[in-house]
Design a protein. Structure first.
Length: 502
């Protein structure tokens, strides 16, 4: 197709490098900080749940606000790049500050109420500030994709690559931050908990990931013309709901909220059920390493295969069809809990490891497909809105992706908090369990109520989320053929507009 503007290979590579760094930062907090709050400084389960829920719900509201700001930004760099240049240093500082906290379990055991209050307050304020700063970089990072290229195939390819790279960045932190922190803590001689090790590793990982994130702003360029019209924040919020296909995606994402529980509990579950609290043993014990490779690898391999295959599958099938088929992923998730009920203390046996690995491979395929399809469908909705109303809401619509993720995480945090509280998995009880495990206790056998709660959180609510999330998108309006028709018309419109301006 003539007159199609798109990104260069160098821009693509620098963008993907920035995406890698950005997702490292996200998981330093989503995985590392959550684990640190829950299992290292031992915040109360209910307090932790509400801290994450309030922060995430506020972030969910803040995201469309940021999207509206992005859409009203007109600079020589474009409307997304300015934020990609200046947000990473701020995110870096606040991420590090969030880890500088006291130990709640120690304060409670000492009866120091003032310290207990300060520790919870510090966690709440720092986490809320982190979410606000992260939004300033996250919304434009995804929004700039639809501005870098007018080619449907190039956008789909970049989205798929971005999802793969994002998952690799996430996996690097998810797998590494706890064992590395425990190893550093051991070298420091602080064997009672991993607090000092966590702080050191968090600082190093955050500095590296923030530098990588900065490359997305340095290396990209916006090519799609900026709409001359601007909208108020109120009009932008209304637009998210008024656009029918986009509204379906929002509702679908909210219904999918319980899926976030898998990300919240996975590291805690692996660390305690398979490694009795010491994740380093997964890298020194061949039997445990095999478990990590089969089960953890199964889920990540499923994601990567789905994300790599999605662009080709979308060319053959409607993106709507692929998205809706992910509802079937509810079945393997539910079966994992059935297997736990059959063998609650024996899931480390190789036969159960292989079965769970296969089921998680299928679950990972569904999750990877959702991630790619959702981003492509949002990009299509941006074209849909410009085609019908001559206004391109890149920022506000891609803020919807962040809205879905963060609002869902808030709901998931509340669910996990009350499940944990119901079995007593909280503050000093966790501290006592950690000490018992260090002295030879078995998590799977001696803490079965905690184990059951974690396996339930990991499987049953996410299965329900997978099943009901596709209900709103069964009637999603934009087919591949209709989108290609709209995109061709838009490219012609952009070309004519440029000629008129010359």
């Amino acid at each position: 197709m003539e007159n199609v503007k798109t990104y260069t290979p160098k821009e693509r590579n620098l963008y993907l490098t920035g995406m890698f760094g950005q997702n490292m930062i996200y998981n330093i907090v989503a995985t590392g900080l959550y684990y640190y709050f829950q299992n290292v400084i031992c915040l109360p389960a209910i307090a932790l749940g509400w801290i994450f829920a309030v922060a995430r719900v506020w972030d969910a509201v803040n995201d469309p606000m940021m999207g509206s700001i992005v859409d009203k930004t007109h600079t020589k760099w474009g409307k997304c790049r300015p934020y990609l240049l200046f947000a990473p240093p701020v995110i870096c500082i606040i991420t590090i500050v969030a880890f500088f906290n006291g130990n709640y379990a120690n304060a409670k055991n000492a009866g120091n109420s003032a310290a207990m209050f300060f520790i919870v307050a510090w966690a709440a304020v720092s986490y809320i500030l982190w979410g606000m700063s992260y939004t300033a970089g996250d919304v434009p990072l995804w929004g700039i994709i639809s501005r870098m290229s007018e080619s449907e195939n190039d956008r789909a390819t970049l989205i798929a690559l971005a999802r793969i790279i994002a998952s690799i960045g996430a996996a690097a932190i998810t797998v590494g931050i706890i064992p590395v922190s425990q190893a550093v803590n051991g070298m420091l001689g602080a064997n009672t908990n991993a607090q000092r090790g966590f702080v050191i590793v968090a600082i190093g990982a955050t500095l590296i990931s923030s530098a990588l994130f900065e490359l997305a702003g340095i290396g990209t360029r916006e090519r799609v013309p900026i709409s001359a019209e601007t909208k108020t924040m109120k009009e932008s919020f209304a637009l998210m709901w008024k656009c029918v296909p986009f509204r379906r995606l929002l509702i679908s994402g909210i219904l999918r909220s319980p899926m976030q529980l898998m990300m919240i509990v996975v590291i805690t579950l692996f660390t305690y059920y398979y490694c009795d609290g010491d994740m380093m043993t997964a890298f020194t014990d061949p039997a445990k390493l095999r478990i990590v490779i089969i089960i953890g690898g199964g889920y990540f391999v499923g994601q990567f295969l789905a994300m790599a295959a999605s662009p080709a599958l979308i060319k053959r099938f409607n993106v709507k069809t692929l998205y809706n088929l992910t509802g079937l992923t509810a079945i393997p998730n539910a079966l994992i809990f059935v297997i736990y009920k059959i063998a609650p203390t024996s899931l480390a046996d190789i036969k159960w490891v292989i079965i769970d690995g296969v089921l998680l491979l299928i679950s990972g395929w569904g999750f990877g497909t959702i991630n790619v399809c959702q981003s492509i469908m949002i990009s299509d909705c941006i074209d849909y809105e410009e085609y019908h109303n001559n206004y391109r809401p890149d920022g506000i619509f891609f803020s919807g992706q962040s809205f879905i993720t963060k609002f869902s995480a808030g709901i998931a945090s509340i669910i996990s908090a009350y499940v944990y509280a119901s079995v007593g998995y909280t503050d000093v009880n966790i501290d006592a369990m950690n000490k018992a495990l260090q002295n030879g206790a078995s998590f799977a056998q001696d803490y079965m109520s905690y184990s059951k709660a974690m396996w339930f959180i990991f499987t049953v609510p996410p299965a329900i989320g997978y099943a009901i999330a596709v209900l709103p998108t069964l009637k999603y309006e934009i087919t591949n053929a209709e989108h290609q028709k709209m995109l061709s018309a838009l490219i012609e419109r952009h070309s004519n507009s440029q000629k008129d301006g010359e």
